[in-house]
Design a protein around this ligand. Structure first.
Ligand code: AMP
Ligand code: TRP
Length: 333
């Protein structure tokens, strides 16, 4: 029975074109989880606007992410797919939680520290600072048990748990305490040019990342240029971070363990290894790319999906929001 399934919530923000990191670290794992959980997958457009977005691009990317979810194999009939801004309870719950969150705990968030590092106080948006509260609202409104995300989001999940526990303590049991679910492979795909940074769509050097929409020639070129080392042996070791990252990518795509991959390339050089990595990525992404294009040409279908998703999400989240309002002492209307 669906009622007994545990709840999963996750989402990606449309602040740039999605990378292989998003695909392997997030979406590909969601596909595996959809049969065993009741899943909400949302497009986090309210999180995207914590930094300035070109309205036209934001609109296009919002729909594109929805198309990517579906093209990657997330079944819109079985899961609730919706656009965050279509569900007002997220913004409202976020305010109620803001009043139960401290400046101190928000200032400790590494994502905030990284993003605001080179900005003066007068140019750091308050939304960037409050970002984790909105994320806590997203998660807590659905009584979420598990949140599948990459390692970079672990700290945001911890603050969501802290906020939930505090609210439960102050106002009596209200929220389920969510757990992070970090996938074994693909948890952190690193930049192809600088293995100390995660692969990110906001990186300046495009050779550092592979986009979900990159054509085959571009993927081949980027992988062949990926930084390795002069050892020339395919080993899974921290001393060879570039090679390790490529093994992680291959492992996440093929489901082979790093050990099995190392064994397979014993006595072989980087050229053959890299060419196989590129081929695996291309074979994985090509059908997804074709499906995305097809879906983007069928806006009315996408509209039907997100409308239906918003209806369900509104129903569930409003119930939690009303509970919060009542406990805090707001008069129900
Ligand atoms: P974002 O693009 O920041 O909205 O991230 C969306 C999801 O993709 C989150 O679950 C991230 O943890 C995941 N993600 C983003 N970049 C990477 C990466 N380089 N490796 C693994 N997961 C990633
Ligand atoms: N902050 C997440 C990221 O950058 C995106 C996000 C927003 C999210 N709300 C969420 C992820 C709720 C999981 C659950 O990756």
């Amino acid at each position: 029975m669906e009622e007994n399934k545990k709840v999963i919530f996750s989402g990606i923000k449309p602040s740039g074109d999605l990378t292989l990191g998003n695909y392997l670290g997030a979406i590909k794992n969601w596909v595996k989880l959809q049969d065993d959980y009741e899943c909400y997958f949302s497009v986090m457009n309210l999180h995207a606007i914590t930094v300035r977005q070109e309205p036209k691009d934001l609109r296009r990317r919002t729909l594109e992410i929805l198309a990517i979810y579906i093209a990657s194999g997330i079944d819109p009939e079985k899961n609730t797919l919706f656009i965050q801004s279509h569900v007002p309870a997220h913004s409202e719950a976020s305010w109620l939680l803001t009043c139960n969150t401290y400046m101190g705990e928000l200032s400790r968030m590494t994502q905030y520290k990284d993003k605001s590092k080179n900005m003066g106080d007068s140019s750091i948006g308050a939304g960037l600072f409050n970002y984790p509260i909105l994320m806590a609202a997203d998660i807590l409104l659905y009584n979420t048990d598990l949140v599948p995300v990459g390692t970079d989001q672990k700290q945001h999940l911890e603050i969501a748990r802290d906020i939930a526990e505090r609210f439960n303590r102050l106002y009596s049991q209200t929220f389920t305490i969510p757990d992070a679910y970090i996938p074994p492979a693909g948890a952190k795909i690193m930049d192809l040019q600088d293995s100390s940074k995660k692969m990110s769509k906001s990186e300046e050097n495009p050779n550092g990342y592979i986009l979900i929409m990159d054509p085959p020639e571009v993927i081949k070129k980027k992988i062949s240029r990926a930084v390795t080392d002069s050892l020339g042996v395919v080993n899974y070791s921290d001393d060879q971070p570039g090679v390790k990252n490529l093994i992680n990518i291959l492992s996440a795509i093929t489901n082979l363990s790093p050990e099995e991959i190392v064994k397979k390339y014993e006595g072989k050089g980087y050229a053959e290894f890299k060419s196989d990595v590129a081929e695996a990525i291309i074979n994985e992404l090509e059908p997804v790319q074709n499906k995305i294009q097809e879906l983007m040409e069928n806006k009315s279908y996408l509209e039907e999906i997100y409308r239906k998703g918003a209806e369900k999400a509104n129903y569930v989240s409003m119930k939690t929001l009303r509970k919060m309002q009542k406990k805090i002492g707001l008069i129900p209307r």
